[in-house]
Design a protein around this ligand. Sequence first.
Ligand SMILES: [Zn+2]
Length: 84
Amino acid sequence: MNSGLIGKIEKAKRYAQERNRIHVRGLRVDFDGENDRHEVSLEGETWRCSCDFFAGWGGCAHTMALERILEGMLPRSSLLPQPA
Ligand SMILES: [Zn+2]
């Protein structure tokens, strides 16, 4: 394998561990919930979800799951208050 490519792969492995380098600004996800598929999006610092719970609360299990997956890579203000 090309030595330049090997170097890039090594750098990618290191970067993947250094989440503070990555700043997610937007996202579109089809999320398979227990009953339905939901459309979840993040634009800047604003989450949206097509589920009924989100409509009433401005957050839901789907957005909170994605916040956990993307921990360290989201703007702080997009995080919902979480129970301690
Ligand atoms: Zn939802």
